[in-house]
Write a protein that binds this ligand. Structure first.
Ligand SMILES: CC(C)(COP(=O)(O)OP(=O)(O)OC[C@H]1O[C@@H](n2cnc3c(N)ncnc32)[C@H](O)[C@@H]1OP(=O)(O)O)[C@@H](O)C(=O)NCCC(=O)NCCS
Length: 165
């Protein structure tokens, strides 16, 4: 059973351990130790107390049969308009449909709570898992931003997916 719930500071260790080598390639930065994880989790927690129509982000722990299986967030929220999703499933929970199910739950929640018309996701073109997960969650492929991202002197494309109401 997959459930989304707000993060607590006690999730910091699982949050840190969920970030592996693959996620390092797919995000700008990942927490390198428990202190950095605690800082990030704390930042997410602070957003929960902001009034809904002014909130920029809402991040959830993904629970799989009661265990911490990753996180999913809705960020860059523009109330009554649009937002962006991001997610990470811990390595040993991947390829079980956890990411797809978490997106379906989040999308339903976010369209209603923030009165959205558009939710998008942006990923590096080599991230096949993320693209497939978004398609299975109902997002449509919109386009490719060529050489949008630079790392170690190399340029990579971003792909944009979105779901609208
Ligand atoms: C992307 C991620 C969240 C997907 O989570 P997940 O729980 O494994 O996804 P699902 O099990 O719901 O899989 C969805 C689809 O993607 C496919 N998929 C999963 N991993 C894949 C991979 N490495 N390569 C190709 N397809 C893959 C699944 O097979 C499934 O498609 P199918 O039903 O047609 O077979 C997970 O791989 C992850 O955390 N990656 C590292 C962090 C990351 O990249 N986050 C996104 C940044 S934009």
């Amino acid at each position: 059973m997959i459930k989304l719930r707000h993060l607590t500071i006690e999730d910091s260790k699982d949050y840190w351990l969920a970030h592996d080598k693959i996620s390092e390639k797919n995000f700008n930065s990942i927490p390198k130790n428990i202190q950095q994880a605690r800082k990030e989790v704390n930042k997410h927690i602070k957003h929960y107390s902001v009034p809904v129509n002014k909130r920029e982000e809402e991040c959830f722990a993904i629970e799989y049969n009661g265990e911490f299986a990753g996180w999913i967030n809705i960020h860059d929220i523009s109330y009554e308009h649009k937002a962006v999703t991001g997610s990470l499933v811990a390595p040993h929970f991947r390829k079980k449909g956890v990411g797809t199910k978490a997106h379906k739950i989040l999308i339903k929640h976010a369209f209603k709570k923030y009165k959205l018309k558009r939710i998008s996701g942006r990923l590096r073109a080599f991230n096949k898992a993320s693209g497939r997960m978004l398609e299975k969650s109902g997002y449509k492929f919109e386009g490719r931003n060529v050489k949008d991202y630079k790392r170690n002197g190399r340029y990579y494309d971003h792909l944009v997916y979105a779901i609208t109401r």
